[in-house]
Write a protein that binds this ligand. Sequence first.
Ligand code: ADP
Length: 488
Amino acid sequence: MATVTLSKPEVKQTECFIDGKWLPAASGKTFQTINPATEEVIAEVAEGDAEDIDLAVKSARSAFESGPWKNMDARDRGRLLYKLADRIEQDLDELAALESLDNGKPISDAKAADLPLVVDCLRYYAGYADKIHGQTVPIRGNYFCYTRKEPVGVVGQIIPWNFPMLMTAWKWGPALAAGCTIVMKPAEQTPLTCLRMAQLAKEVGFPDGVINVVPGYGPTAGGSIVKHRGIDKVAFTGEHLTAQIIMKEAADSLKRLTFELGGKSPNIVFADSDIDLAAEKAHFGLYFNQGQCCCAGSRVFVEESIREEFVEKVAKLNEHRKLGDPLDPQTDQGPQVDQNQFDKIMKYIDIGQQEGANMVTGGKRHGDKGYFVEPTLFDQVTDDMKIATDEIFGPVMSVLSFDNYQDLVERANNTFYGLAAAVWTRDIAKAHNLANELRAGTVWVNCYDVFDAAAPFGGFKMSGMGRELGEEGLKPYVETKTVTVSLG
Ligand code: ADP
């Protein structure tokens, strides 16, 4: 078989981006970002901490309170967002390769999913910039009362490593459309594309200080964002345990908070569904992005009469899944993002076997280099098993059986998470009834992982607070001001 030589993308930005300049960390420290497919160091990146965050906040505050950003017409803010979207689209191949290198996701996924969604999200919010307006209010008396929608101020944005560019776009889009300024910390595992996006934003003309990016670790750089008095709001995506720390630490300054957190999403397959399609999409809904999705369909409830047939179909798809170099366009599945995630997933695979679930496929490391985990499928999983209750964040599917609708609803909702759910049936009334009863922020019917910049996304219960995307995603970046003018 011919070997394909795949060209590696060039790493251009590795420092802190503060006030429109590239700066080393004040401490001079750096950390390594690792290629998860080879375990080799890709680059040394500036390790920002409190001092760098403070500098970034001062820059963001000054850009918010004076200068070209404050005085820019809303429509021109929108034009800058359109330009950034165009520039990203122009550099799509290069950015997809960089994302794939740093995160380990297959380049075909980065090109077909992540990047187009990034461009779409920025364009969606670009169109909103000049459509954020208040109302006139008919209060009692001889007054003219109206509301203004003003930007919330300087926002701190902390993102995870599973969709680095997309999470950047979900955060920047609404914040910039609303007129806020930004201090962002990308995840320590995957800082490269966010830094590249900052450079592109500079090149298309975003004024200095509007976007600042400080790479670094969670408790230090992230913690400094959360505690800083000069930040008005924090938007965070990551684990609920981190969100709990953030909520406590943000209490002192009563920051506005939005959270998009984890899940253990039920994917429910009825006997009257299109079983081939349900199996194909259940496979996609769990193994996509190496299972590293907050909304992964990780609890697959299958009606008992079709369970064996369904499991066979998913097993066949798993066996055909091609694991390998993420930069190879033929690859379906890359490595997990790092050693920690790899170890955690392997531990859960052991636990599943000890708990007595039936492991139908996978279970092992793939190859001897890189953090690859075989697509793993457990059948005959019961509700109390840890593989059915804990978020594994890896390529591990648990199939649970059901035969009673009412029990099913209770079991599907019996989790402290509530991010997403899916239902597979040809019975439209059953689909809608279940969509109403499931306690989740998103319910997909006869589809999975359908995302659109216009459709709000976020969690019930401990899966989040507030929504991203759509008109709802804009609201946390806006304050309402009431102005009352005496006409007497
Ligand atoms: P994951 O398990 O997906 O890495 P985390 O919640 O640990 O999820 O991380 C998501 C983001 O939150 C990362 O950018 C990380 O550096 C940051 N982070 C982790 N701990 C803290 C913290 N104590 N304060 C602020 N940010 C944090």
